[in-house]
Design a protein around this ligand. Structure first.
Ligand SMILES: [Zn+2]
Length: 284
C-alpha cells in the first residue's frame, strides 16, 4: 500500500478543500491525486510526517461563483483564497505549506513554454525546468516588495514618536497600513525603501533597519519589512497610490489595521511595543 499525501490543489488562485464527516473544511488526503490534471504534481514538504503535494488544475478559476465546478469531480470541493480567512482555517503550519504550494502551482502554469525560444519546457530538477531546445533553465521567480514603518520624533506622544500610516488603493479593501512597494531591477532594498517613501509621501527617511520577511502568494511575492526614521519633508501623497497618509500616536491608532497574521501588522505591533529590533540595528 502506498503512503497518503495531503493535496494542495489550485483552481486558479483558489485552494480546493472538501468537507470532512463533521462538516469541517479540510485538505483532501489520499495516495493518488484526488482530481485529474495536466499540470505537474510537485512535492511541497511534510505536515506531521505526511507528504504534501501541490498541483494546479487550471490556469485561472473556471467558475468564480462555484470554484472548480467546471472540473470533472470537483463538485465536492469549495475554493479558498489564501488571505487571512485561510490562515485562520488552516493554522500557521498548513498555511505556510499552502503558500509554497500556491507559488509552485502558479509557476508551473506560467512556465509551460520557454520564454526565449517558445519550446515546451521539461521538468529538470525538483525546483526547476529546462528548455530541451535552447537549454534555458527556469526557477520559480519571486517578486520582492518592501514594507516600512516610518517613525517621527514627537516628544509629546507616548513613547516619544509617531508612525506613518497610509490608505492605499487595494483590491482587498481600503484600510490603514504601512507604505509598501516593489523592488526595481538593480535596486537595493534600502534604496527601494527611500524611493517608495519619497514617491508616495514626499518624505525623506534614513536609518533603515531590517525587521523580517513573509512570503505573500498573490501570486509570488516576498514582503521584506523595515523600520526607518523620518528626516524631513511635508506629507504630499502620490494620488495614484494613496488615498491618504498621516502620522499617528500610539494612543490614537486607527481601528482599521491589517490582519494580525500579516507582516505589516507585526511591524506595527512591534513599533507599538517599543521593543528593540530583533535583528540588531544595522544602520545604513
Ligand atoms: Zn528555449
Amino acid at each position: 500500500m502506498g503512503q497518503d499525501s495531503l493535496w494542495f490543489m489550485f483552481d486558479g488562485a483558489l485552494l480546493l478543500l472538501r468537507e470532512d464527516d463533521a462538516g469541517k473544511r479540510v485538505l483532501p488526503r489520499g495516495e493518488v491525486p484526488p482530481l485529474a490534471t495536466n499540470y505537474l504534481v510537485q512535492r511541497v514538504g511534510e505536515y506531521r510526517g505526511v507528504p504534501c503535494m501541490a498541483m494546479a488544475l487550471s490556469a485561472s478559476p473556471l467558475c468564480k461563483k462555484a470554484p472548480g465546478s467546471g472540473l470533472a469531480g470537483a463538485a465536492a470541493y469549495t475554493g479558498l483564497d489564501l488571505h487571512y480567512r485561510a490562515y485562520e482555517l488552516l493554522g500557521e503550519e498548513l498555511y505556510s505549506l499552502a503558500t509554497r504550494a500556491r507559488e509552485l502551482a502558479y509557476w508551473d502554469v506560467n512556465s509551460q513554454f520557454c520564454p526565449a525560444c517558445g519550446n515546451r519546457n521539461l521538468p529538470d530538477s525538483a525546483i526547476s525546468k529546462k528548455c530541451p531546445a535552447c537549454g534555458k533553465e527556469l526557477f520559480p521567480p519571486v517578486s520582492v516588495a518592501i514594507l516600512v514603518v516610518v517613525s517621527r520624533k514627537n516628544s509629546l506622544a507616548p513613547g516619544g514618536d509617531e508612525i506613518l500610516l497610509g490608505r492605499a488603493h487595494r483590491a482587498a479593501g481600503i484600510f490603514h497600513s504601512l507604505l509598501a512597494g516593489f523592488l526595481e531591477a538593480g535596486e537595493t532594498l534600502e534604496a527601494c525603501v527611500r524611493r517608495e517613501v519619497l514617491e508616495e509621501t514626499s518624505l525623506v527617511v534614513n536609518n533603515i533597519r531590517y525587521f523580517g520577511s513573509q512570503p505573500w502568494p498573490h501570486p509570488s511575492n516576498l514582503m521584506a519589512g523595515f523600520f526607518a526614521d523620518y528626516v524631513s519633508g511635508e506629507i504630499k501623497i502620490q494620488e495614484s497610490e494613496l488615498l491618504s497618509a498621516d502620522f499617528f500616536r500610539r494612543d490614537g491608532l486607527p481601528p482599521d489595521l491589517p490582519h494580525e497574521f500579516s507582516l505589516s501588522r507585526r511591524l506595527i505591533n512591534w513599533w507599538v511595543s517599543g521593543e528593540a529590533l530583533p535583528y540588531g540595528n544595522n544602520n545604513c
